[in-house]
Design a binder for this molecule. Structure first.
Ligand SMILES: [Zn+2]
Length: 222
């Protein structure tokens, strides 16, 4: 089993298949002048994408998961969940006035950051409660994997151009937000007033995050 080196989940899919390469090769063979390039589809390395954080990896970049490693990870996860228990379903703000909700959903320990028309998902890596200040270290996840609004379920490239009513929540959105919270997002109030605590937040960047690069850029622009 393979693990994503960034978020350590095993939900990794292969992006390019042998069948597609063969099809590409056949198409090239029948195109004038391009038949000499028919070998090209076979030299690209197999790419894998993590369905949780959206990062793309080559096969040799993925981590091997033996039983020992999986046990360690699950122990770490249980310990973190214990520390986070009192925080679940709490709204917090960071020092830059971003507002987040802390939730556990489908086994993931998440912080969801509310932006103007979308919600950015993060995985909680650590929580540190020392010095009278609570600090979270987060990993950035893939918006498409945790779409709170319906329009977030679509391709990230097309959604910016389409303006849809934002009161349309996805199934995931309805699971993690109650009726009153959904109303908060729809009415466009300042969400800062709902944050119960101010915390310190640090996001671990992946060594490389190809498919999430767009998200990062977009976030910087806001
Ligand atoms: Zn990942």
């Amino acid at each position: 089993m393979h693990l994503c080196p960034y978020c350590k989940t095993d939900n990794v899919e292969q992006l390019s298949s042998m069948g597609l390469r063969a099809a590409g090769c056949i198409v090239l063979l029948f195109l004038p002048y391009l038949f000499l390039l028919a070998w090209v589809p076979f030299v690209f390395p197999f790419l894998f994408r993590c369905r949780v954080c959206g990062t793309e990896w080559k096969r040799d970049e993925l981590e091997e998961a033996n039983w020992r490693k999986k046990e360690d990870l699950s122990e770490k996860q249980n310990q973190l969940e214990e520390e986070l228990k009192q925080w679940f379903d709490t709204w917090v703000a960071d020092k830059q006035h971003h507002v987040y909700k802390i939730v556990k959903n489908r086994g993931f320990l998440l912080m969801l950051r509310f932006e103007k028309s979308h919600v950015l998902p993060f995985m909680i890596e650590t929580i540190d409660d020392s010095d009278g200040q609570t600090s979270f270290k987060l990993l950035q996840l893939w918006e498409k994997a945790f779409p709170v609004y319906r329009h977030q379920e679509k391709d990230l490239l097309t959604y910016e151009r389409e303006e849809e009513p934002k009161e349309v929540f996805s199934d995931f959105g309805k699971e993690i937000l109650n009726e009153e919270e959904r109303q908060r997002l729809v009415t466009n109030d300042s969400l800062l007033q709902y944050a119960e605590r101010t915390v310190s937040i640090e996001v671990f960047p992946a060594a490389k995050k190809e498919s999430s690069a767009g998200i990062q850029k977009e976030e910087d622009e806001i």
